[in-house]
Write a protein that binds this ligand. Sequence first.
Ligand code: SAJ
Length: 412
Amino acid sequence: MKVCIIGQGYIGLPTAALFCRNHCEVVGVDISEEMINNLNKGIIHIEEPGISEIIKKAVEHEVYTASLTPEKADAFIITVPTPYIAENYSCDLSYVITACESILPYLEKGNTVIIESTIAPMSTDETIKPIFENAGFTIGNDLFLVHCPERVLPGRIIDELIHNDRIIGGVTEECAKKACEVYGQFVEGDLMLTEAKTAELSKCMENTFRDVNIALANELAKICAEIGVNALDVIEMANKHPRVNLHSPGPGVGGHCLAIDPYFIYAKSPETAKIIKLARDTNNSMPEFVCMNVKKIIPRGKIAVLGVSYKGNTGDDRESPAYEIIAELSNDYEIAIHDPHIENSDFVSLDEATKDGDLILILCDHDEFKNLDYDLIVRNMKETIIFDTKNIIKEVPDEIKLYNYGNLYELN
Ligand code: SAJ
């Protein structure tokens, strides 16, 4: 089987890798010339275990080619971003539409087209299907169109792509059956056949579920800071109940999924999606909450910010709440940023970041921050205070004062 994948990002590239490993030929298409050149040399641009080795081998064996333009194939998979439109929170389908239009000259009767990008409910039927119909295809008859949302966790993408169950939302039943042949190449989880609109809303709801639960944890953290209770203890205790799973409070919700997908539902039913919107607002308020507490800890001085990725142990900083916090604090403090997972010439080593510092502010749960070099910190810093917004530091030497969401009420 030959597969053409439009978009070689966090989902498109790992998906390409798995098709290659399962003896398919893959053309990976992207608009970035630099990325394409690198991929054709086997050099990848994402930090994700397992992908680099597979792509290198696939390039050597000529089963993977990266290209700026699509090619004829049996199946076309669209994995391009879908941001939201700021004015009304609706799903910006422009990249998806452009990607669909770009494959039109290469499509043949019998091909399958799969949209993996997260899209708002009804997008496949109302916006994407007409693109192919207007080009002369009859969906379900000579072209098979489905929405099959990706549902993998960065850091575990290969494993989850293989083992997670997949929702295959066909425009017709025949479409869904055809797409099963494509995913059958490497997916070992169940392939669940349904309608496109059900697949679209299921995907948006998965991330909304998580966003709402994180908002609940964040609200709890704020309540506890007000009334003088240790929020982290509450979470630990409550979670001993067999049917309770309180999530973890943090500096806000980042990434390209949780911080965006709930808006797609809200935009469809703004009068009804009240909890969904309130959860977004609550999570969006966390950077301000962090800054407010920083100001209580130290009114001025130098802050060493540790971690700007939205997610621990990845170099992915999309929608990271860290940037909002840094921008706000830069008005009143000297800021030095250290993130061992992100290449940025403005970022510095832990040594440099903490030199003459007054506060360490942890905004991301990279493993490197779990056991910091406390000798270095005590030696370097003027004030040895840490504010850990991800609750990853369990114990510190006596000379260091640790704040986290368990004891912010001490600042009242
Ligand atoms: N976060 C918290 N508290 C928590 C859990 C997470 O503050 O208890 C924060 C994280 O720090 C991060 C953000 O939420 O900033 C999102 O992280 P995440 O690990 O929950 O989710 P993503 O965005 O990396 O991946 C999600 C996954 N969805 C679900 O778990 C329902 C993944 O399966 C999806 O494939 C992905 O979104 C996607 O692409 O939609």
